[in-house]
Design a protein around this ligand. Structure first.
Ligand SMILES: *[C@@H]1O[C@H](CO)[C@@H](O)[C@H](O)[C@H]1NC(C)=O
Ligand SMILES: *[C@@H]1O[C@H](CO)[C@@H](O)[C@H](O)[C@H]1NC(C)=O
Ligand SMILES: *[C@@H]1O[C@H](CO)[C@@H](O)[C@H](O)[C@H]1NC(C)=O
Ligand SMILES: *[C@@H]1O[C@H](CO)[C@@H](O)[C@H](O)[C@H]1NC(C)=O
Ligand SMILES: *[C@@H]1O[C@H](CO)[C@@H](O)[C@H](O)[C@H]1NC(C)=O
Ligand SMILES: *[C@@H]1O[C@H](CO)[C@@H](O)[C@H](O)[C@H]1NC(C)=O
Ligand SMILES: *[C@@H]1O[C@H](CO)[C@@H](O)[C@H](O)[C@H]1NC(C)=O
Ligand SMILES: [Ca+2]
Ligand SMILES: [Ca+2]
Length: 547
């Protein structure tokens, strides 16, 4: 009985060992099956790759997934499927465990509005031996390319700057807050810098302003403006992005129109202004007035100054107009000093008035300096001379400088032509009448009347030297001479008449030609001095000679 217990115990032990060995063997086989579908590489569980945006279709995303197992027949141990393939951006080749980009018919665009910055897919691996499933994540990061140029938000920009603005002042901040150029690329590819470009159509514009900060695009004045010289600059501003390689940076340009506004930097000027040669300066002006001695004030006031005293501000376009200063007039100094008793100049109207009659025995003339200045205290006054002649009582008759005048006019002369003083028609015929009542003896106010042929000729109404001009065309065939008379009058006294003879000259475009090309002349030895050798006739082919 004891012996059979031992035997059965040994049998049980043997069976137990067998079971354990079998189990160990079985376990080894299953472990091997479970390695399928796992990654053969070490490292993080997800596969992360980076590609450029706009990569072409078929670009390899992942060369090999490195998943354990064989995904193609025969002897397939695993099968691979792509999950979460949003928009089908990824193609899986299971046999090669390779991932491709599918951009058939479209562009992988990282920038707005697509904003494709990452693509995440999962690869499902099914273990065909034991039926287990493992998911592998693949994360595709889309890298930005500098494929967009900056774009200005406005087609052009505008700024108005007063000419008195100091150099260094920020005059333009219109690019701030995304109102300048924007670039939809990412990072530096989308950051903007501004610069002023040379404008061949406005070569000064890149000197006039500077960019204060390349990132802000704020613009400062680099040179003094002068409204009187230039009122507008066309500035070309370039925006570029900051792509790391300068060669791949992209740019855009816009124009900034800078209008200069007028500032109060100039004083007044007296009118009329005759510029000194090629300058912006007026030649000094002299105003004149002649007043008869001992005249009734009411007859002469206000005094008739020629040209009328007037000054304007040289800053002509100060805005708003209410900011424009008024101009005040003063007599600054004068000779003789007694002028203060006789004359007053209205501060605001420049009206000159005689305060009491002048005796020519005491004063023959006054020479004054007048001043015009702005009513706002601006320190740039203008000065002019004012000459006042005191005229003798009118007791002398005017007279002509010459006893008679000879004038010439071509019959082809058009209406308005001035009668010439020489037969070659090179200089006009000037007629001067004088009056000894007036100290300078030349009175531009004298009235000269023409007697005879008033429908054909006329004389200039004013001026020291007068000229005759043609009113209707003349024809030498009708009349070759016109004789008329002139009379000068100072309003009271009259000159003696003078005669003007005007000769109509044949209009002749063709130079005279000789009737024969050469002449054979025989000179007789017994000829007397003065005898005719040959009569040579020149013929004017434009006109047959009249007897
Ligand atoms: C895009 O690429 C995939 C993978 O290489 C290829 O199978 C497909 O034919 C390509 N499509 C075109 C239009 O070329
Ligand atoms: C590639 O993408 C296009 C467009 O989305 C889609 O129609 C096509 O089926 C995709 N091709 C593959 C092989 O997934
Ligand atoms: C303006 O542009 C011209 C031409 O490119 C250049 O020579 C000049 O130096 C520039 N001026 C300034 C102040 O940048
Ligand atoms: C104006 O120019 C002329 C010649 O062009 C010259 O003779 C004259 O001196 C100049 N006048 C002044 C004020 O510069
Ligand atoms: C100047 O002229 C203005 C306008 O005619 C007049 O109102 C003013 O009284 C005058 N001033 C003097 C001092 O005469
Ligand atoms: C025209 O004639 C005048 C005098 O008759 C003379 O002084 C002048 O030199 C002449 N001019 C020409 C261009 O012949
Ligand atoms: C025509 O003018 C000439 C001078 O050129 C003069 O000698 C002649 O007398 C005048 N004839 C008449 C009819 O006035
Ligand atoms: Ca860019
Ligand atoms: Ca981009």
């Amino acid at each position: 009985m004891r012996r059979s217990w031992w035997r059965s115990a040994c049998l049980g032990l043997t069976i137990g060992l067998l079971v354990i060995i079998t189990q160990i063997l079985a376990q080894n086989t299953e472990d091997w099956h479970y390695e399928e579908c796992k990654l053969s590489r070490s490292g993080p569980p997800a596969t992360i790759v980076t590609i450029d945006e706009e990569s072409p279709n078929g670009t390899v995303l992942v060369e090999k997934m490195q998943i354990n197992g064989r995904a193609q027949d025969p002897d397939r141990t695993i099968s691979l499927t792509l999950l979460d393939n949003y928009d089908y951006w990824v193609i899986l080749d299971p046999a090669l465990q390779r991932l491709y980009l599918n951009s058939t018919g479209r562009v992988l665009d990282r920038d707005p509005p697509s904003y494709i910055t990452t693509i995440v897919v999962r690869i499902q691996c099914t273990n065909e031996l034991v039926g287990t499933v493992i998911l592998h994540e693949v994360r595709i990061v889309v890298r930005d390319r500098n494929d967009n140029a900056p774009r200005f938000q406005q087609s052009g920009y505008y700024v108005s700057v007063n000419e008195l603005t100091p150099v260094g002042t920020t005059i333009f901040t219109g690019f701030s807050g995304n109102n300048g150029a924007t670039d939809i690329d990412d990072g530096p590819n989308g950051q903007i810098e501004y610069a002023i470009q040379y404008n061949p159509n406005d070569p000064m514009s890149n000197r006039t302003v500077q960019v204060a900060g390349t990132l802000s695009g704020n613009i400062v004045l680099a040179e003094r403006l002068n409204y009187e010289e230039r009122t507008r600059y066309i500035i070309i501003v370039q925006a570029n992005d900051r792509a790391p390689f300068p060669g791949s940076r992209r740019t855009a340009t816009t124009t900034l129109t800078l209008d200069v506004s007028d500032g109060d930097d100039l004083g007044p000027m007296f009118l009329p202004c005759v510029l000194v040669n090629n300058t912006q300066d007026c030649t000094p002006i002299t105003y004149r007035v002649a007043i008869p001695e001992l005249t009734d004030l009411s007859k002469v006031n206000p005094l008739n100054v020629t040209p009328p005293i007037r000054a304007i501000d040289q800053d002509r376009n100060i805005q708003p107009p209410s900011d424009r200063p008024r101009i005040l007039y003063f007599i600054l100094v004068g000779q003789p000093p007694a002028y203060t008793e006789f004359f007053s100049l209205n501060r605001s109207t420049a009206e000159l008035r005689l305060l009491k009659p002048v005796d020519r025995e005491l004063y023959q003339r006054f020479s004054l300096i007048i001043k015009a200045e702005q009513d706002n205290g601006h320190p740039l006054p203008a000065y002019a001379e004012l000459l006042i002649e005191i005229l003798d009582e009118n007791n002398q008759a005017p007279y002509f400088q010459r006893p008679s005048y000879q004038g010439f006019i071509s019959e082809s002369a058009s209406v308005g032509t001035t009668i010439s003083g020489s037969s070659n028609l090179t200089a006009p015929l000037g007629i001067i009448a004088l009056d000894n009542d007036i100290e300078e003896t030349k009175d531009p106010q004298l009235k000269i009347t023409l007697n005879g042929y008033t429908s054909i000729f006329t004389i200039s109404p004013t001026g020291i030297t007068r000229y005759l001009t043609l009113l209707t065309p003349v024809d030498r065939e009708m009349q070759t001479n016109y004789t008329l008379t002139l009379v000068a009058s100072d309003g009271v006294q009259q000159s003696r008449p003078v005669t003007v003879d005007i000769l109509v000259i044949d209009a002749n475009d063709n130079t005279p030609t000789f009737s024969q090309v050469s002449y054979n002349v025989e000179i007789f030895t017994n000829m007397l001095p003065g005898e005719t050798v040959l009569q040579v006739r020149t013929q004017d082919i434009s006109k047959t000679e009249k007897p």
